[in-house]
Design a protein around this ligand. Structure first.
Ligand SMILES: [Zn+2]
Ligand SMILES: [Zn+2]
Length: 251
């Protein structure tokens, strides 16, 4: 299983940095068929990477905060208008993902909003508190917006992704023994509902995971990547990656 980090930034990707535009908002590909998160500008990074959008079968969203979701409208439009997609597409996410996606398409007055003329079917799946389907398991976490964590099991390897939830008991159970543990980081210091690098280090050790990758760190921390790693490694002695956009890992 290969994961490609297409965008690694959080809500504010560019402000105050000399390397403006270097990192896009969060988006990752699993092999070539799952798209995990679609932050703003996801289409740009998919195209820059050379992704085959017709190979994408499933889009997985952790929660509806814009930096994880709002890029979906251009991805869906591109699938219709440029790729001439005909195969169905699944969109999986929290309760409300269907209404939010349809709302965005309609508000933007894009023809992709029309089920009759889009050319491909969109099948929505709204997640309950825990789900198990195909190669994917999910649990609902704890975040101001309903957030889900994902565990994808493929080729005897497990990828775990925590989309911004606190490390609750259920989230930790889902992460257990993962080959790659991907977590968002939003703050350097402990925070009431956002994970710090130290939280990630503690959780990775507790869950007994093999490797850690952190995404979604604020761009103003660009100069502090080593500090990030060190804070995680205070509590976790495995390998830690702070990936750039367009980096791939074999899980
Ligand atoms: Zn976020
Ligand atoms: Zn959020």
């Amino acid at each position: 299983m290969k994961v490609t980090f297409l965008g690694t930034a959080g809500l504010v990707p560019d402000v105050g940095l000399k390397v403006t535009g270097k990192r896009g908002q969060l988006s990752m590909m699993i092999d070539d068929d799952y798209l995990l998160e679609v932050g703003d500008g996801a289409l740009r990074n998919l195209n820059a990477y050379g992704a085959d959008l017709n190979a994408v079968k499933r889009i997985l969203i952790s929660h509806l905060h814009s930096d994880h979701f709002i890029g979906i409208v251009h991805v869906l439009f591109d699938m219709m208008n440029v790729r001439k997609r005909s195969e169905p597409l699944e969109i999986i996410g929290p309760v409300g993902v269907e209404k939010a996606t349809r709302g965005l398409m309609s508000l933007c007055e894009l023809p992709v909003a029309n089920d009759e003329t889009r050319g491909y079917e969109i099948r929505f799946k709204e997640l309950g508190s825990s789900e198990d389907f195909d190669d994917t398991r999910t649990v609902r976490g704890d975040h101001p917006s309903e957030a889900h964590a994902y565990r994808i099991h493929r080729d005897n390897k497990v990828l775990f992704y925590n989309g911004e939830s606190a490390f609750t008991k259920e989230v930790m159970e889902l992460a257990r023994g993962a080959d790659l543990f991907i977590s968002t980081v939003v703050v350097l210091e402990p925070h009431s509902f956002h994970n710090s690098p130290e939280d990630v280090g503690r959780a990775a050790t507790e869950a007994g995971v093999k490797r850690v990758a952190v995404v979604h760190w604020p761009t103003e921390f660009e100069e502090k990547r080593n500090e990030f790693k060190q804070l995680i490694q205070k509590y976790y002695d495995g390998e830690v990656f702070v990936p750039d956009d367009f980096t791939s890992f074999e899980v």
